[in-house]
Design a protein around this ligand. Structure first.
Ligand code: HEM
Length: 461
């Protein structure tokens, strides 16, 4: 096995094998006989080999799985960067991949990669911004500090609202920044925030790297102060970065700066864009389904009473809202697919095999819309997640956070984030969709809307 010469998300940076989890998944085989064709399967029962355990368990739900037997294009794109940072080989691989999304499925199930964009297109700063024309920030309507959600790394999502008579028109942008800064999309006001929120762009010195470095260096410096160090030792729960900074191996050596950054980058990326996407789509779903929105609001009001803040115990009582979040994650899984490289060959139930080293891509999006598992799959129906309905379904029919050993370690946190953000938003606003501008979803590493998600927010007196 040979690893990337460079980190796939952060070109110019060498990944470390264990620590940079995202890139570890994209390591590739150096076998000269790398397979180069692609096929798609609709699988059922599979043998449970170690190498294919993840794929097997998913396929028992009879879903469409795209198996990509191609190993060269990722390396290629790194070796031949084009002007925008993506290689030509990536461009050609894209058309092959897009032709492989299962065609026999319901038309709704097809995902097409947008014409002219490379398969290796890396997502990047993906953000939720509530914004109106003008620049006045109405703190009152969104609570102190204007944050409706806080991300894994304690960064706030910007909320900028301008009251327009009694009616707030807010656009929720779910955007990708291809170039450093991405300031053209959000205007000067947001640039700093956007940069700090993962502008993981292709140029080698992308801003997220600078940001991660800054966070690490500042914390390292403060830990040199003995008093600060003592304080940390007494803490019952250490912050993520403190755990990393204090970690030592058996020889007493700590993590290198590069290892530290690989960890921080992974969390920044995995923990931010995903939740931003999840939250955006759930707001869209509820805006489009006022009856479910009203039921969630009633539930939240009943739980909170006269309070306008959420407490830990409240979260467990948000039964209906949680069902709505799950239904939105089903229809719009923020991570629409995952991939694995087989460390051993795998044999399918029908005798077909895949060799070691094959990169297999599993479409979570399609799993969630499989008509043999989900009746009327494109209908938003939160009751699918009532305890009775869940008990009758395969545990892998719903996989927004993937499954197996490398599933999402932030899933509880993400659910909490989304519940809090949803509850506080619904308490303050009535949401409705902008029917003239419906979202056009496009699958990248994160599922997003090409044209943003446009909603109307009416302030609740
Ligand atoms: C709605 C929000 C989220 C969704 C849908 C989501 C989804 C996923 C999925 C599908 C994976 C597996 C990726 C793969 O197998 O290639 C994953 C991995 C991961 N997620 Fe999340 N995630 C979310 C939020 C978060 C948050 C808030 C954090 C951090 C606090 C986080 C941290 C991670 C990490 C570190 C991994 C890699 C785990 C490993 O490789 O062992 N995620 N996530």
């Amino acid at each position: 096995m040979q690893q990337y010469e460079s980190h796939p998300f952060f070109p110019g940076k060498t990944p470390t094998s264990r620590l940079s989890m995202t890139c570890a998944r994209w390591c590739t085989s150096d076998s000269a006989s790398s397979p180069t064709t692609m096929t798609s399967f609709t699988g059922s029962a599979l043998t449970d080999t170690d190498s294919g355990r993840f794929a097997s368990s998913l396929m028992t739900t009879q879903v469409c799985i795209v198996i990509i037997l191609s190993q060269s294009f990722h390396i290629g794109y790194l070796k031949e960067p084009s002007r925008n940072g993506y290689g030509q080989s990536a461009m050609s691989a894209k058309s092959a991949v897009s032709s492989l999304w299962p065609k026999e499925t319901h038309p709704e199930l097809r995902i097409r990669l947008p014409h002219g964009s490379p398969i290796c297109e890396l997502p990047l700063a993906h953000t939720v911004i509530l914004q109106t024309k003008g620049a006045v920030v109405d703190k009152e309507v969104c609570g102190k500090g204007s944050a409706i959600a806080t991300t894994a790394m304690c960064m706030s999502l910007i909320v900028m609202l301008l009251e327009k008579q009694n009616y707030l028109h807010a656009e929720i942008h779910v955007s990708v920044h291809w170039e450093q800064g991405g300031s053209h999309l959000f205007g000067q006001l947001c640039v700093q925030e956007v940069i700090s929120r993962l502008s993981i762009s292709c140029p080698a010195e992308s801003s997220v790297l600078i940001y991660s470095d800054k966070v690490i260096q500042e914390r390292k410096e403060s830990l040199k102060d003995e008093r600060e160090f003592e304080k940390i030792k007494k803490k019952r729960h250490l912050d993520f970065l403190d755990i990393l900074l204090c970690a030592k191996d058996e020889t007493g050596a700590g993590l290198s700066d590069e290892d530290l950054r690989a960890e921080v980058d992974t969390f920044m990326f995995e923990g931010h864009d995903t939740t931003a996407s999840g939250l955006s789509w759930v707001l869209y779903c509820l805006a489009s389904h006022p009856e479910h929105q009203a039921r969630c609001r009633e539930e939240i009001k009943d739980i909170l009473g006269s309070r306008d803040t959420i407490q830990w115990e409240d979260l467990g009582k948000m039964t209906y809202s949680t069902m709505c979040i799950k239904e939105s994650l089903r229809l719009y899984p923020p991570v629409p697919g995952v991939s694995r490289q087989l460390s051993k060959p795998i044999t399918f139930h029908d005798g077909r095999t895949l060799p070691e080293g094959t990169v297999t891509a599993i479409s979570i999006y399609l799993i969630h819309r499989n008509p043999s598992v989900w009746k009327d799959p494109s209908v938003f129906d939160p009751l699918r997640f009532s305890p009775e309905n869940v008990s009758g379904r395969h545990s892998h029919a719903f996989l927004p956070f993937a499954a197996g050993m490398r599933n999402c370690i932030g899933q509880q946190f993400a659910m909490i984030e989304m519940k809090v953000a949803l509850a506080l938003t619904l308490l303050r606003f009535e949401l409705s969709p902008d029917l003239t501008n419906p979202p056009r979803k496009i699958p990248r590493i994160i599922l997003r809307s090409k044209n943003g998600i446009h909603l109307y927010l009416k302030k609740i007196p």
